[in-house]
Design a protein around this ligand. Structure first.
Ligand SMILES: Nc1ncnc2c1ncn2[C@@H]1O[C@H](COP(=O)(O)OP(=O)(O)O)[C@@H](O)[C@H]1O
Ligand SMILES: [Mg+2]
Length: 334
């Protein structure tokens, strides 16, 4: 498989590792997905990079591949029928110019249907970061529509792979209530893979161990730190603002949050649901981590517990920097 090249920290890097996650794609390519595969994980953990690499892989495996990312306004169409591709790209340009980004996800769906009719072959639909744009209710309808495509296609087909990825935990909960999708988490990069990415950044960087402890293996955080010349405070301040860790929010929950920064599992056992929802909505934690059985994770699972990185058995801070943002907001309260 050709490794794709990605923009990272002001340069081009080759897609690193994620061997287990790519084997999973091979497995799905052989068997098809049923029901729809929904992938979730910390923001910036590498979902999009993996999906773009997967699009390349699936193409090599003989699939017609459609990838859409409404948030990045990014679209890939690896289609054997040139006319269909042309028509699809024309519609894509139209909805992007109208800023009707939710329509992008539906265009991918419509195109998958056309592809089934036209090829009866192997079709992959990859929908990245659409749930935020579609909202909770429409996301559920969308996933149901993808499932319908698998179950009641307009023509018989050889195989279908449908994957939807999100960092957003709220719609995930709604979708999880139905049998339409199977959701599997992906964690930040494992230490050895993360080291390979770190090595591609030129010198004048803090030692690897330090960067590992600060980022917990999250490539986007590595990139953010690089961009601000490794000024951790700047990244933390940005997070405080982005996550809207306002005085009133922090004050309201200070007791619970004070415990949770020391042990995220405190949230599992002791925190009110309202707070949990707030933390999930703000993309600060991953809640309800499955067993660290590799079959229950897209790639290598996180450790069973790692207090230093903010990983508990059931709940984890998305990265140590997310935890640090809460910690700093708490400190500034007093
Ligand atoms: N396996 C990888 N190899 C090389 N670069 C990666 C890898 N995973 C992520 N990155 C880079 O890290 C950054 C964040 O990853 P991204 O895929 O955007 O995260 P997510 O989609 O989970 O928010 C991007 O610049 C991406 O190119
Ligand atoms: Mg992404």
């Amino acid at each position: 498989m050709r490794r794709i090249r990605l923009r990272f920290a002001g340069r081009e890097v080759e897609f690193v590792n994620r061997e287990q996650a790519l084997r999973l794609i091979e497995d799905w390519a052989e068997r098809g997905t049923y029901p729809v595969q929904v992938v979730y994980g910390p923001e910036g953990c590498g979902k999009t990079a993996w999906l773009l690499q997967s699009a390349e892989f699936l193409k090599e495996l003989g699939f017609e591949v459609i990838y859409v990312n409404p948030i990045n306004k990014e679209v890939l169409a690896e289609l054997s029928i040139v006319d269909l591709r042309g028509e699809f790209m024309r519609l894509v340009r139209e909805v992007i110019s109208q800023n009707a980004l939710g329509r992008l996800a539906w265009l991918a769906f419509d195109m998958a249907k056309e592809l089934i009719k036209a090829t009866r072959g192997k079709i992959a639909v990859i929908v990245d970061d659409a749930f935020q744009i579609l909202g909770v209710k429409e996301s559920a309808i969308y996933v149901k529509a993808l499932l319908n495509l698998i179950e009641y296609p307009p023509e018989s087909y050889e195989r279908i792979v449908t994957i939807a990825a999100t960092s957003e935990g709220v719609s995930l909960r709604e979708i999880g209530r139905h049998r339409w999708a199977w959701s599997t988490p992906m964690w930040n990069m494992a230490k050895d893979s993360f080291k390979q990415l770190y090595d591609q950044i030129p010198s004048n960087k803090p030692p690897f161990e330090e960067v590992w402890k600060t980022t917990g293996g999250n490539p986007a955080m590595l990139e953010n730190l690089y961009k601000v010349d490794w000024n951790i405070d700047e990244v933390v301040n940005k997070l405080i603002k982005e996550k809207d860790l306002s005085h009133s929010f922090i004050k309201k929950w200070s007791n619970h949050l004070g415990e949770a920064v020391n042990d995220p599992d405190y949230l599992w056992f002791n925190a009110p649901e309202e707070l949990i929802n707030e933390l999930i909505e703000r993309n600060l934690i991953l809640y309800f981590l499955p067993k660290r059985d590799p079959n229950q994770w897209i790639d290598q699972p996180p450790p069973e517990r790692d207090p230093e990185l903010g990983i508990g058995k059931y709940v984890a801070w998305q990265t140590p920097l997310h935890r640090e943002a809460v910690r700093k907001a708490l400190r500034e309260l007093t």
